[in-house]
Design a protein around this ligand. Structure first.
Ligand SMILES: NC(=O)c1ccc[n+]([C@@H]2O[C@H](COP(=O)([O-])OP(=O)(O)OC[C@H]3O[C@@H](n4cnc5c(N)ncnc54)[C@H](OP(=O)(O)O)[C@@H]3O)[C@@H](O)[C@H]2O)c1
Length: 313
């Protein structure tokens, strides 16, 4: 990827897209094209076709998607399926039609089968039933991976896919209605601290094990693979280590400086006992994460504080 290459980062205002732009700029890439969803609704086939015909990006990072926590995925099932299929169909097909040199599609660790063995190896995709709550999202994402694979096979396109684990970092979504566990905890502990609440209630027992990757590490891995990988098989991106939700809560509580208690509401479900990626292939390719969880949470809490008014805390 030459320094003056024309690179389109789709979804540049999101957590992943903004990290990708930061990463590319820090490496001296200056010819980066971006559009907000208002300027270019990627669900609109005509608009996307016109955009690609006019701009003809040489490289595309497809980090635009409809994304949310378990509740949003389950309630807006039709939107998660339709929006994501439209976005990826339009972008991938038009990248092919206008001769994009290379494209990266982002999947997600939550699209592996519900009962897949742990740690999750790349080979486990499509080996069993999916988790019901996010099935529409997963079906769309699996289709995106298959599109990249199929456009490579039929048309020879250098389109690759990656499978990131749970992410966190600057520009995360702290809205409790549709946020993921880590930003939701940051907000809950911060609010409890400022309002002087004696305890914070969290769902489940705290025993499930989860893996978390900083968005800047993900962006680093994506740019690394864009430069160094051109295989058909998608690649897991993670840290290869997990932490219990209980330990995560303690870590965030300490970072936020909250002095109260944590009450575990064991009437609420725990979800899958463990979710961990097997990152052996990525490590063999020469990439490893840099941020420790402690360091990453400190940075993310500062990001949350800078956005407090937006979330009217
Ligand atoms: N977050 C995670 O933990 C995680 C984990 C694994 C994989 N991923 C994958 O990483 C990718 C990015 O996720 P994220 O967490 O960065 O999401 P995010 O913060 O919600 O950002 C998504 C971006 O997509 C854009 N977008 C959504 N609908 C659009 C539309 N119709 N037209 C144009 N743009 C649209 C939005 O643009 P505007 O801001 O302009 O509206 C937004 O900036 C997704 O493919 C997701 O599956 C995320």
């Amino acid at each position: 990827m030459e320094k003056n290459a024309k690179i389109y980062v789709a979804g540049h205002r999101g957590m992943v897209g903004s990290a990708l732009v930061r990463r590319l700029q820090s490496e001296g890439y200056e010819n980066i094209i971006v559009r907000t969803s208002r300027e270019l609704d990627l669900r609109n086939q005509q608009a996307v076709t016109e955009f690609f015909e006019a701009e003809r990006p040489e490289y595309v990072f497809l980090a635009a998607a409809k994304v949310g926590g378990i509740m949003a995925n389950n309630i807006y099932r039709a939107e998660f399926l339709y929006d994501n299929l439209q976005i990826q169909n339009n972008v991938i097909h038009n990248a092919y039609a206008t001769g994009t040199k290379k494209l990266m599609f982002l999947g997600s660790s939550c699209i592996y089968p519900k009962m897949a063995p742990q740690p999750l190896k790349e080979d486990y995709l499509l080996t069993g039933p999916l988790e019901y709550t996010n099935e529409p999202y997963a079906i769309a994402k699996i289709t995106g991976i298959k599109m990249c694979e199929s456009y490579r096979k039929q048309y020879g396109c250098d389109f690759i896919s990656v499978m990131p684990t749970n992410l966190y970092g600057p520009n995360d979504n702290y809205d409790l209605n549709n946020s993921h566990v880590l930003p939701a905890m940051i907000r809950k502990f911060h609010e409890a601290k400022t309002e002087g609440k004696p305890f914070v209630e969290l769902w489940g027992t705290g025993s499930p094990l989860r893996e978390f990757l900083h968005a800047d590490d993900l962006a680093d891995a994506c740019v690394y693979l864009m430069k160094n990988y051109d295989g058909e098989q998608f690649v897991n991106i993670g840290v290869g280590e997990d932490i219990s939700i209980k330990s995560l809560a303690e870590l965030i509580k300490e970072t936020v400086g909250y002095g109260g208690q944590i009450h575990w509401n064991t009437d609420k479900p725990d979800g899958t006992p463990r979710k961990l990626m097997d990152v052996a292939r990525l490590h063999e390719m020469g990439w490893k994460h840099k941020y420790s969880l402690e360091e990453g949470i400190k940075i993310t809490y500062q990001d949350f504080l800078s956005k407090m008014t937006e979330y009217s805390v």
